[in-house]
Design a protein around this ligand. Structure first.
Ligand SMILES: [Zn+2]
Length: 231
């Protein structure tokens, strides 16, 4: 495994696209390496199958132009932040050595998302330990940025919003690859699930004086080296 700059950790294949898709495309366009680690295969779901979900994931990965994508093979619907899964995730972090992690926001109705958020926090700490039997060398990702792909109708209070105006259409194409999750069996009358996603991106764009935005929360303070990119 080559080291990467940014790693998005997702409970299910489609959460990275929903919460970070525009920012991934922005980072890739700026020449950064970005990976996605899905923790589970996301199945079963009402209209999906493991094979279809894998194909959809491959298609979305190509749209995003990811540098790396992996699956940790943890159990969907029964995801827990156990010591065993912490060791598995910490091992991947020590091998990929990302500078920044993206994790699901900690408040959610879906227990897999709550568990994934806690698991990333714990694995980030374990990844820096010495005198362990974890693979690779100790490594501590500088930041965890929490993204919103939540099953709760909460109003986020973001630490910052990324202007993804130039990448919203490609993000929508990446999300639409998951036909079994967002299109098949879903009502086609507007507003559809995809309409909702676009409207929320527009709302966050409005909030920062741009066309489209993606919100993030950081528990630690966010430092800037320049004010050049403030919108
Ligand atoms: Zn999910």
């Amino acid at each position: 495994m080559d080291s990467i700059d940014y790693l998005v950790i997702a409970p299910h294949p489609d959460d990275a696209e929903l919460g970070v898709g525009g920012t991934i495309l922005l980072l890739r366009a700026a020449g950064h390496s970005v990976g996605v680690l899905d923790l589970t295969d996301g199945e079963p779901t009402p209209f999906g199958s493991p094979e279809a979900r894998r194909r959809e994931t491959d298609d979305a990965t190509a749209v995003l132009g990811l540098s790396w994508r992996g699956n940790l093979g943890l159990p969907n619907r029964r995801l827990e932040a156990t010591l065993e899964s912490r060791a598995k995730l910490a091992g991947v972090l020590r091998q990929l050595r990302p500078r920044v992690l993206f994790a699901p926001y900690w408040e959610d109705a879906h227990p897999d998302h709550v568990a994934a958020s806690a698991l990333v926090d714990a694995a980030r700490f374990w990844a820096k330990l010495t005198k362990t039997d974890l693979p690779g060398e100790p490594h501590f990702p500088q930041r965890i940025l929490y993204y919103f792909s939540v099953h709760l109708r909460i109003h986020p209070r973001p630490s910052f919003v990324v202007d993804v105006s130039d990448h919203l259409e490609a993000k929508m194409r990446a999300v639409a690859c998951y036909r079994s999750q967002f299109i098949e069996g879903r009502p086609a009358t507007p507003p559809t699930l995809l309409d909702d996603l676009r409207d929320r991106a527009r709302y966050w764009g409005w909030a920062i004086g741009a066309r489209y935005g993606e919100p993030f929360v950081c528990r630690e303070e966010v430092g800037l080296r320049s004010l050049r990119d403030l919108t």
